[in-house]
Design a protein around this ligand. Structure first.
Ligand SMILES: NC(=O)c1ccc[n+]([C@@H]2O[C@H](COP(=O)([O-])OP(=O)(O)OC[C@H]3O[C@@H](n4cnc5c(N)ncnc54)[C@H](OP(=O)(O)O)[C@@H]3O)[C@@H](O)[C@H]2O)c1
Length: 263
C-alpha cells in the first residue's frame, strides 16, 4: 500500500458519508489530502479523523480543507488552485459530492432537475476538466462516486437516476480520451449505503428506518452497505498498481442489487 504515501488526493463530499470514509481510508495509507465540502465544522472534523487514522503517516500540513459550494464555478477553480498551490501536484481526484431528490419524471420541477444535474454531473465534468493538466503530469487517476441508480431505473428518483447515468458516460468518455496519457478514470456504483444522503433528500427518520429494513430484501447480500466498503473499492480503483489495467469501469459495490429482476 506504499502506493499512496505522499501522493495527493482531492476528495469532494469529504464532510460527510462516503467522501469522509474515502478520505479517512486514504489518510490511513499516507495520502496527502485536499478535503472539499460546504460545512466547515464537518470538514475540520474529517481532517482530525484523517490525522488520527493516518497514525502519524500524514503530517498536519499535509491535509488541507477547501470549503465551498461546488455549484459555483469560482469554488471549483479555487479547489484545484489551492490544492496545486499547497502541494504542487495532484495524483487522484475522487468526486463524491452528490445529492438525491425525490420525484418521478411526471412531477419533478425543472429547477430540481437542474440542481441535481449541476451537483452530480456538471461539477464533476468541470473539476475533471480543471484537474486534467495536473493528472497528466503525474499519470494520476479519477474515481467518480456514481450509483446503482446510474445502471438501473428506479421509480420516483428520476433526476438522480439520469444524473448518475450521465456520470457513468462521463466516466467512460473521459477514460477513453485520457487513456493515451496514462490517466485512468473509473467509477464505483454503490447500492444503499448508510449515510446522510437520503434524509437530506427528504426522507423522515421513520421512512429512512423502513428503507434500511427493506434494503435487507432488495440487496441479495441481505443488508445495506457501509461507507468503509465503498472506500475500499475507491482505494482499489485509485491504486495505480492494483488496478493498473482498469479504466472506464463502473464497479458495482451494491451487495448484488443491480442483479435483481422480478420473477
Ligand atoms: N448513501 C448511499 O446510499 C449512496 C448510494 C449510491 C451512491 N451514493 C453517492 O455517494 C456520494 C456521496 O453521498 P453520501 O451518501 O456520502 O451523502 P452525504 O452523507 O449526504 O454526503 C454528501 C456530500 O456531498 C457534499 N455536497 C453536496 N452538495 C454539494 C455542493 N453543492 N457543493 C459541495 N459539496 C456538496 C456534502 O457537503 P456538505 O455536507 O458539506 O454540504 C457532503 O459532503 C453521492 O454522489 C451519492 O450520490 C450514495
Amino acid at each position: 500500500m506504499a502506493q499512496f504515501l505522499n501522493k495527493v488526493a482531492i476528495v469532494t463530499g469529504a464532510s460527510s458519508g462516503i467522501g469522509k470514509g474515502v478520505a479517512m481510508h486514504l489518510a490511513s495509507l499516507g495520502c496527502c489530502l485536499s478535503l472539499s465540502g460546504r460545512n466547515r465544522d464537518n470538514l475540520n472534523e474529517t481532517r482530525l479523523k484523517c490525522l488520527e487514522s493516518s497514525n502519524g503517516l500524514v503530517k498536519e500540513n499535509q491535509i488541507i480543507v477547501v470549503e465551498g459550494d461546488l455549484v459555483d464555478e469560482i469554488n471549483r477553480v479555487n479547489l484545484i488552485n489551492k490544492t496545486i498551490d499547497h502541494f504542487g501536484r495532484l495524483d487522484v481526484l475522487v468526486n463524491s459530492a452528490g445529492i438525491i431528490a425525490k420525484g418521478t419524471v411526471e412531477v419533478t420541477p425543472p429547477d430540481v432537475w437542474d440542481k441535481v444535474m449541476d451537483v452530480n454531473v456538471k461539477t464533476v465534468f468541470h473539476l475533471t476538466q480543471l484537474a486534467i493538466p495536473h493528472l497528466k503530469k503525474t499519470k494520476g487517476n479519477i474515481v467518480n462516486v456514481s450509483s446503482v441508480n446510474g445502471l438501473r431505473a428506479f421509480a420516483g428518483v428520476a433526476a438522480y437516476c439520469v444524473s448518475k447515468a450521465a456520470l457513468d458516460q462521463l466516466t467512460r468518455n473521459t477514460a477513453l480520451e485520457l487513456a493515451a496519457d496514462g490517466v485512468r478514470v473509473n467509477s464505483v456504483n454503490p447500492g444503499v449505503i448508510i449515510t446522510e444522503i437520503h434524509k437530506r433528500g427528504g426522507m423522515s427518520d421513520e421512512e429512512y428506518a423502513a428503507f434500511l429494513e427493506k434494503s435487507k430484501t432488495t440487496h441479495p447480500l441481505g443488508r445495506p452497505g457501509n461507507v468503509d466498503e465503498v472506500a475500499r473499492a475507491v482505494r482499489f480503483l485509485a491504486d495505480n498498481q492494483d488496478s493498473s489495467f482498469i479504466t472506464g469501469v463502473t464497479l458495482s459495490v451494491d451487495g448484488g442489487r443491480n442483479l435483481v429482476c422480478p420473477r
